[in-house]
Design a protein around this ligand. Structure first.
Ligand SMILES: [Zn+2]
Length: 125
């Protein structure tokens, strides 16, 4: 199934959901951990309670109540969203291009086919 980058980025506004959509479970959990961790760190910095910080990391409404955390957590969420977008675009590119020899999907960053080892040159359109 082809997954749309814009949908992935939009879903990533809810922590880990965009990555779950892309079936990148580990990465989604990593972003969720990063968000929770940074919520705790910034809660310590600005003197907000730990409960508020955890609530803030879980939902946008929580984010609104812990207003001092909006900027740092907003940055983390924006980065997570951008990451989901880039991943989805890369997946879409891979799915769209097939090896000229064996016909399987190729990873353009490698410069050769992972399956049959034929080398290829990619021309940006
Ligand atoms: Zn091949």
């Amino acid at each position: 199934m082809q997954r749309r980058p814009v949908v992935a980025a939009a879903l990533a506004v809810v922590p880990a959901l965009g990555h779950a959509y892309l079936r990148r479970w580990t990465r989604g959990i990593a972003w969720l951990s990063l968000l929770t961790g940074s919520a705790l760190v910034f809660a310590g910095v600005v003197g907000v309670g730990v409960g508020d910080a955890l609530a803030a990391s879980a939902t946008w409404t929580g984010l609104a109540s812990g207003s001092a955390l909006v900027v740092p957590l907003g940055v983390v969420i924006a980065l997570s969203s951008a990451d989901a977008y880039v991943l989805a675009r890369r997946d879409a590119r891979r799915g769209a291009l097939a090896c000229p020899q064996c016909g399987r999907g190729v990873d353009l960053s490698l410069g050769f086919c992972w399956y049959c080892s034929v080398e290829f040159e990619y021309v940006e359109r």
